[in-house]
Design a protein around this ligand. Sequence first.
Ligand SMILES: Cc1cc2nc3c(=O)[nH]c(=O)nc-3n(C[C@H](O)[C@H](O)[C@H](O)COP(=O)(O)O)c2cc1C
Length: 237
Amino acid sequence: MNLYDTPSEAATAAVDEAIMSRRSMRAFLPTPVPRETVEAILRVASRAPSGTNTQPWQVHVLTGAALRRLTDRIAAIYEDPLELASHEQEYDYYPKEWASPYLDRRRKVGWDLYGLLGIAKGDKARMHDQHGRNYRFFDAPVGLIFSIDRRMQLGSWLDYGMFLENIMVAARARGLHTCPQAAFTQFHRVIAEELAFEPGQMLVCGMALGHADPEALENSLVTERAPLTEFVRFLEE
Ligand SMILES: Cc1cc2nc3c(=O)[nH]c(=O)nc-3n(C[C@H](O)[C@H](O)[C@H](O)COP(=O)(O)O)c2cc1C
């Protein structure tokens, strides 16, 4: 596309489709994703803007035995309550005190997911198992782990979000799906050790990447969005 031309309708539709068809998928097929595809996605994603072009992202791409080693290690900890209690998130993703409307939205997505899977409120064992699927990257053949130099500040985390979204959209353009995963932050110490992070690198999150399982009930979850009237103000005069 010429940079200054009006895009064709097909180009607009393709971009919108890639964005609108992105959903967090929580069950993947074993179908492998070629390394060249992962590289193409990351190359495109790295066109994300960043303050003064700092490009604060570091990506650790896990497949095969390396993926299994990490997931086995975390899964073993996850199933050991004593050991699990000694692992804490390095940074707060969520507010310490939840308030409306965020709490309501959070509850809704949780119950909608568990409802689809037939997990009753209070069924702690099944909730534990479902949450634990995070640590297998929901069986995706590619697990991405993202880290950042811990000297970087809040602005770089903003940049990071754009990079992550680019990955998810570029994956859609290639028929692939993703699930961004903050769940990994609880195991930042294990991950930094297992993946031999360079000193000073800090875990941001993980992401499952692969072909979504179209038969899996959890993948039929479609989350809501607030209408524009709830979050947009036009100031014209
Ligand atoms: C940074 C980030 C971390 C997330 N972490 C998790 C996670 O650990 N496990 C999970 O199942 N979903 C995770 N999600 C997915 C959200 O629950 C999901 O984006 C939200 O409910 C909206 O649904 P959608 O992605 O299908 O549009 C995460 C999303 C983001 C952006």
